[in-house]
Design a protein around this ligand. Structure first.
Ligand code: GDP
Length: 205
């Protein structure tokens, strides 16, 4: 595992790794923590970081956890502020959590304007018999809001790797900045979730 104070990199190019922070947002219980765990299971990241090898580039996925719940809501803008990517999660079996995504997206836009990649993620796709939000409706919302959309199942491990691949491929400037940068991109993932302060939030990575 990487040391929190001196994050290790798998490739030792002379170009410093470019850091890309991803924040996970969404109502309580939509599956943010489970998605993070599934990233671990699917991509094989350790708790702090993992290099992800894509066809034409290598990205560094870096993960940390923060405490959530309403009482921490005042902290959310600071999580969003330096993020390049926001994953806004809802539960396809919970219509209210889908409606809440508008609020989360507004929060991201008010902090980051258009300078951010937003992905709307409908999680719990394995529970299709209890579905309260159609793919068509979510697709339409994502088109309207000019963001990406994908359904996942953290439980079944469905589309989790694809989600991060899609994000990595859509990072701006990857082609323009050349091979060295492309091989040294760091992605930090922060989740705003309901939990006591977990150990990883104590790291300063
Ligand atoms: P968070 O509050 O957004 O971090 O949500 P959690 O990750 O704690 O998940 C809330 C509940 O939903 C837990 O009981 C999870 O096991 C369950 N859950 C999360 N993702 C999925 C999924 O893709 N499918 C199903 N069936 N359950 C899920």
């Amino acid at each position: 595992m990487d040391s929190p104070s001196t994050p290790a990199t798998a490739d030792f190019s002379s170009t410093p790794p470019k850091r890309t922070k991803i924040v996970l947002l969404g109502d309580q219980s939509v599956g943010k923590t489970s998605l993070i765990h599934q990233i671990h299971a699917t991509i094989g990241i350790d708790f702090l970081s993992k290099t992800m090898y894509l066809e034409d580039r290598t990205v560094r996925l870096q993960l940390w956890d923060t405490a959530g719940q309403e009482r921490f809501r005042s902290l959310i803008p600071s999580y969003i502020r330096d993020s390049s990517v926001a994953i806004v999660v809802y539960d396809i079996t919970n219509r209210q959590s889908f409606l809440s995504t508008s609020k989360w997206i507004d929060d991201v836009r008010s902090e980051r304007g258009n300078d951010v990649i937003i992905v709307l993620v409908g999680n719990k796709a394995d529970l299709s018999d209890k579905r309260q939000v159609t793919v068509e409706e979510a697709t339409s919302k994502s088109t309207q809001m000019n963001i990406m959309f994908m359904e996942t199942s953290a439980k079944a491990g469905h589309n989790v790797k694809s989600l991060f691949k899609k994000i990595a491929l859509s990072l701006p400037g990857m082609e323009k900045e050349g091979q060295a940068d492309a091989q040294n991109t760091k992605i930090d993932v922060t989740t705003q979730q309901a939990a006591a302060v977990p150990e990883a939030s104590q790291c300063n990575c």
